[in-house]
Design a protein around this ligand. Structure first.
Ligand SMILES: [Zn+2]
Ligand SMILES: [Zn+2]
Length: 225
């Protein structure tokens, strides 16, 4: 099952141009089986939109991209925003209570290029040393997986995230981070089994039955890296 794990729509993210119906049409066009709608600090479901998706062979899953003091964390298992989860330790506690799953989203975006490092509080990271990335980002201690292919990250940032995930012994997720239709499916996660609910999705994630891939949007699906 091919799922884009990271998508923003006009319904819940002010910075998105992607209408939910257009998103579903595009998913059907490129052969994407599922979409995780992960708005910024917000969750929504809409039966009419889910029906529209189902009729086109697309399953929608609700996640939240939570803004924390350590950056963006993809959270699955919550159907609404919970106060206090901007602190990653509290987010971890809340997610443990519901049996959910956390992903460090685009952990190294703008953090490897020295020209951008001044905007971050994190210590400088050596792009050739995954351990320096692990030491610099405390959030990595609180997540279950790392987003290793993000459609809005550079190749270097994605490859470094992959190296860090391997060093941590955790698996890599792929998500496009789409805010418009063209990039939908440029990064995906391939599940070994088909799922239809968020709970089933979380079970497959916890069992490690998935891998990251890229290129579905241009008809060139390939494993990452
Ligand atoms: Zn983000
Ligand atoms: Zn995002």
């Amino acid at each position: 099952m091919l799922i884009d794990f990271h998508v923003h729509t006009t319904r819940g993210s002010a910075d998105s141009n992607l209408d939910p119906f257009a998103m579903i049409d595009q998913a059907q066009r490129i052969g994407l089986d599922g979409i995780c709608v992960t708005e910024h600090d917000h969750a929504w479901t809409d039966p009419a939109i889910e029906d529209y998706a189902r009729a086109r062979g697309v399953t929608l899953f609700c996640g939240i991209e939570v803004t924390t003091e350590w950056g963006h964390v993809g959270a699955f298992g919550l159907d609404r925003y919970v106060g206090g989860i901007y602190k990653v330790k509290e987010l971890r506690r809340v997610i443990n209570d519901v049996g959910g799953f956390l992903i460090a989203n685009h952990p190294f975006r703008y953090k490897l290029d020295p020209r951008f490092q001044f905007i971050h509080k994190t210590p400088p990271i050596d792009p050739t040393d995954p351990d320096s990335g692990i030491q610099a980002l405390e959030v990595l201690q609180y997540v279950d997986a790392v987003e290793v292919v993000n459609g809005a990250c550079s190749e270097q940032e994605n490859l470094f995230a992959h190296a860090v995930a391997e060093r941590l012994g955790c698996k890599g997720i792929g998500g496009s981070d789409s805010h418009s239709a063209a990039s939908l499916g440029c990064a995906v996660t391939i599940l070994e089994r088909t799922v239809s609910t968020v709970q089933e999705l979380i079970e497959e994630l916890k069992a490690g039955r998935y891998r990251a891939a890229q290129g579905l949007n241009i008809g060139q699906l390939r494993a990452f890296p």
